[in-house]
Design a protein around this ligand. Sequence first.
Ligand code: URA
Length: 240
Amino acid sequence: MRLDRYLARSGRYSRSEARKIIQQGRVRVNFLEIHNPGYHLKPGDRVEVDGEVLAYEAHVYLMLNKPAGLVSSTTGEDSVLTLLPDEFRRRGVFPAGRLDRDTEGLLLLTNDGQLAQRLLHPKRQVPREYLVTLDAPLSPEQLGRLLEGLTLRDGHRARFEAVDPTGLPRNYRVVLREGRYHEVKRLFAAAGRRVIYLKRVAFGPLRLDPDLPPGRWRPLTAEELQALRRALGLAASTPR
Ligand code: URA
């Protein structure tokens, strides 16, 4: 990785600040002053800024309770990244998967491309759990069709793995093992119902922290990260 990129990914400096401090001679690699921002670092290189070793975790994993009104993009004034300190944007954090603008709930934000790819890969069929409020209750016949499978408008066959009433009128907990565009809404539409509220509460082994109000985030705990890595067939510890 380029030296200026490495410094920027630490989250402490923007790319242009990183270039400046390198050119000012404040950065040493393996005890040698380096003035070239494009200097290529090898794994294990020791990087110091102003005499202090720059140590940071290569990857960031954050749980966000996405509020309605923001989009799962990395740019724009209405991006979910606007909820995070700038440091994370510099470190290349992005949402692992999408929730619609009006959907709330669990969103994993990370800069670990390999983990995100595994989480989202259709082959892995990672379960997603949602709470939904519908325009009207489901009939037993509609419930049966949603579990058996329905053909969506684009010709794709889809089904819920579980549809359970929560006890509140018109409210259900549903589980789906894929993440196609608007899939929860399209499945209910195919059964003749409209989703009027949607919240994701679990994704694989991750469950939305009930103490996290909409718009708030926190890093994953070590246990959550281990469970996630295990579920995705990744080695137990985070590579540095
Ligand atoms: N399905 C939807 O329809 N919308 C979401 O945001 C997520 C799943």
